[in-house]
Design a protein around this ligand. Sequence first.
Ligand code: MEV
Length: 314
Amino acid sequence: MRSGNGVSHAKIILIGEHAVVYGQPAIALPLSKVKTRVHIEETNNGKQILHSRYFDGELLHAPTSLAGMKHLIEHILDEHSLTASSFNMTIKSDLPAERGMGSSAATAVAVIRALYDYFELHLSPAKLLRLANIAEKIIHGNPSGLDAATSASSHPIWMVKNKELYTLPININASLLICDSGIKGRTGEAVASVKKRLELDQHATQTLLNKLGKLAFAAREQIAHDDPTGLGETFNTAQEQLAALGVSNKQLDTLIETSLSLGALGSKLTGGGRGGCFISLMKDQEEAERLAQQLRIKGVTETWIQPLGNASEE
Ligand code: MEV
């Protein structure tokens, strides 16, 4: 019996969320320990069955919350005249949903890889990202492609939408603490609100987006020159711009403030915002572990630590 597998990672945006949608650069890294895995097994019952955290049943009857995924799978089957195939697809993910860790993009990337593996089709990196965007467009309306590009990558990346995409080695003597605020992020809503803001107050909003772009360039320099103090300050300035853009919220602001008062070099939301995760830059792993414990008392529900000294390693 035929089978196929696909894997992808959670993503963390270091800097550039939202601004990346409007052509500014962004830096993001995959969290290699936090994965989505998809396995496909051939069956002979004439059905395409999906087993996932949210839905167990025929793809045909998938709920609207899985519309992006359903459309993506149907698109691939249709493109290759494989609509009559019969299989079980199992999606297993370590990623919390709606927390700014790119769970929808990670699922799309793993599903595409598994289908191409299953049907023994060639999949170029450009095709993978183009296909992932099909699902992302349905979920977020206007995706930059950053989430899919990061969860498909084994290395940190620098991206300018439709222009630049390359590996950016991150070798800075510090650790990144990733914290789940416990509140659902609302990426689609946040992306739509930035769009609206641009329409209503083009000059002020564009100024904020340009500033975020400049901060991404500054972060790239600080990373290249092993400057954790500078990078921490860049995080803080980015958080101010993101809050002014309207994509933070009270709970995130409070946790970020607390993080700074407890010794973080810098702290900011990551991903779509309005909930979800935030990141804090720490001197080293030990400091990151200490802060993680203290923040859990303050309401953080889950934490991950990514050493940045070897963020490029798988
Ligand atoms: C969401 O993880 C990142 C955003 O910049 C949206 C996008 O890039 O498509 C908010």
